[in-house]
Design a protein around this ligand. Structure first.
Ligand SMILES: [Zn+2]
Length: 188
């Protein structure tokens, strides 16, 4: 009896002292092209996650050499945030779903183009595994819109989040960090 209680107390202590780990292991395909290890929350996604490829010139090998970058680096037009496959994505603002037809296969088989004309932006989301919203329909802030996947992504499941001018091409892509609304995960 006494031994049983001691064992329960010991197990409790071990649980208290163990570092908190995430339930699932990281995707082995992920490569982080930033030293920033902060986990961020955002109105656009579930949970707290690390940036994998920042916006702008990058050493990541998937992009053609770009004249804006030195050492033949490519230019990444969005922010990649590493997330488990199936992580929920939300409408971070009120928006309308518009045609993704001009987006190439690099965005996967279910690319999403989202528009807020009043605020003057389109958001392009790449690599989704599932999409819950239909072209021509609106979504309010907080509605679930998709799930993260690896469609068109050789480097594992992640959110590719891109900000463009309304109706604009890739050359209109602007730094999306403010719109993505990243905030460091609150510490307990
Ligand atoms: Zn990307």
């Amino acid at each position: 009896m006494q031994l049983g209680r001691l064992l329960v107390a010991l197990l409790g202590l071990i649980a208290l002292l163990s570092p908190v780990t995430d339930a699932r292991a990281d995707d082995p395909r992920w490569v982080f092209y930033t030293g920033n290890k902060t986990r961020y929350v955002s109105p656009w996604f579930e949970g707290a996650h690390r940036i994998m490829v920042p916006f702008g010139c990058t050493r990541a090998p998937y992009y053609a050499p770009d004249s804006r970058c030195r050492d033949k680096q490519g230019f990444h037009h969005g922010i990649d945030v590493a997330m488990d496959c199936g992580t929920l994505l939300y409408a971070g603002r009120d928006l309308r779903v518009v045609s993704p037809s001009t987006l190439g296969p690099a965005y996967g088989t279910r690319p999403l183009r989202l528009r807020n004309s009043a605020l003057g932006w389109d958001v392009v989301i790449g690599h989704a595994s599932k999409v819950y919203v239909k072209e021509g329909h609106g979504a309010r802030r907080g509605w679930r819109i998709a799930r993260v996947g690896d469609s068109g992504a050789p480097d594992g499941c992640h959110l590719h989040f891109e900000r463009r001018k309304v109706g604009g091409g890739l050359s209109t892509a602007a730094h999306p960090v403010k719109l993505l609304g990243l905030k460091p995960r609150p510490q307990n």
